[in-house]
Design a protein around this ligand. Sequence first.
Ligand SMILES: C[S@@+](CC[C@H](N)C(=O)[O-])C[C@H]1O[C@@H](n2cnc3c(N)ncnc32)[C@H](O)[C@@H]1O
Length: 220
Amino acid sequence: MRSRAASIAKMTIGSADAQAAIAPRTTSTYADFLRGLWDDPKAVSAPTPSGRALAHAIAAEVDPHTPGLVVELGAGTGTITSALIERGIREERLILFESVPAFHTLLSRRFSRATVRGADAFRFDRDLPEGARIAAVVSGIPLLNYPMAERICLIERALDRQGPGATFIQLSYGWWPPIPPGMGVRLSRRVIFRNFPPAHVWIYRRSAAKCAQSLGTKAS
Ligand SMILES: C[S@@+](CC[C@H](N)C(=O)[O-])C[C@H]1O[C@@H](n2cnc3c(N)ncnc32)[C@H](O)[C@@H]1O
């Protein structure tokens, strides 16, 4: 049943975006999370989904005004996805990668206007719409479980795929960054203690000048 707030907003605002923003959304339960954890514990590699404080700290690093798609790798039950939407990123701009089928099905149900791919996040760039502009890449995949060469490759490709100011945001339970900062890439971090377990948000940003330089190098 439509809530009173939703009915009032429909009457007073009436735009499709406003209605979409307040439409009742399917949530997820801890049982949904446990189902995915049971199916593939190594891929999930966490005792709980990200808490609200952590999800919002990650979403806060994405500028909703940068045009393009926001790519989320390892979206799980969709806690960070919800925070991105609350941040003002329209669901249609989200492309979610999730390898566990139970999570993939849940995400498709919860975020029916987003694009949900049951593909390997390490090959996300093969599954993007042709010529799509990317605003940011957010990752919840347990990068520390993968060899350093694969981590570097993923982060570099994610930054290369974007324009000036490219951003890659990684959730991690480790105290060391998944990769050290490289040439022309700034690394910053936030520690979120209000999460179980406490977590780091690692933010890799490529400066505009270095981005132009690296694109120039590749073209030559
Ligand atoms: C630590 S959980 C994070 C889930 C969710 N983002 C959150 O914050 O609650 C890691 C997620 O990454 C997914 N995952 C791990 N490896 C993946 C891969 N190679 N491709 C796509 N998804 C992957 C897992 O299935 C799981 O949903």
